[in-house]
Design a protein around this ligand. Structure first.
Ligand code: GDP
Ligand code: MG
Length: 166
């Protein structure tokens, strides 16, 4: 099995941290500053039964200027062509306006979308459940998986669900 997987989400939700953990080398730039990942970075995970090609897709956010608009069109086209989209959110921050914009863009696509709720090491179970409940009503996600990219919780489960989809 093999497939292309795009990771989207607001700045700082943990996309690069996740990629670095999964691929096991520093392929994406990590920083506390938003939007340091300027290029589409690919990392390939090869296991005995699958090859997962990850794409760190920048540009899925409300454009502030014309160039941003152009970048976003490229990003949306990328999303149409991949096999699976991981929409990552930050459990610590919950729902925000940036997510509203992304979800509107997802509604025009047929690509399956997993909701990946990251930074679960920072929240209690009740808070996690209420965040999940909120997002469930906004979009029909193919799967909803809570993880901690930093501590490594539930990453194996996410990877096996990704493989099941390809
Ligand atoms: P990106 O902008 O979405 O690529 O986010 P980064 O991967 O650069 O992460 C932004 C910040 O969140 C960094 O300081 C990371 O160490 C931190 N971070 C990422 N994942 C987790 C997590 O699961 N738990 C916690 N506590 N922090 C995380
Ligand atoms: Mg990044």
């Amino acid at each position: 099995k093999s497939g292309f997987i795009s990771i989207i989400g607001r700045p700082n939700v943990g996309k690069s941290t996740f990629l670095n953990r999964v691929i096991g080398q520093k392929i994406a730039i990590m920083s506390d500053k938003p939007q340091t990942t300027r290029n589409k970075v690919q990392g390939v995970l090869t296991t005995d039964d699958a090859q997962l090609i990850f794409i760190d897709t920048p540009g899925i956010h409300k454009p502030k200027h014309k160039l941003g608009d152009f970048m976003m069109k490229i990003a949306i086209n990328t999303l149409k062509e991949v096999d699976l989209i991981l929409f990552m959110i930050n459990a610590e921050e919950g729902y925000g306006r940036g997510d509203e914009f992304i979800i509107e863009k997802l509604k025009g696509l047929t690509t399956p979308v997993f909701l990946v709720v990251n930074k679960i090491d920072q929240v209690n179970p009740d808070a996690l459940l209420s965040i999940i409940d909120h997002y469930k009503d906004l979009y029909s996600f193919a799967e909803i998986i809570p993880i901690s990219a930093l501590e490594g919780n539930n990453i194996d489960r996410l990877l096996s669900q990704i493989k099941d989809r390809l």
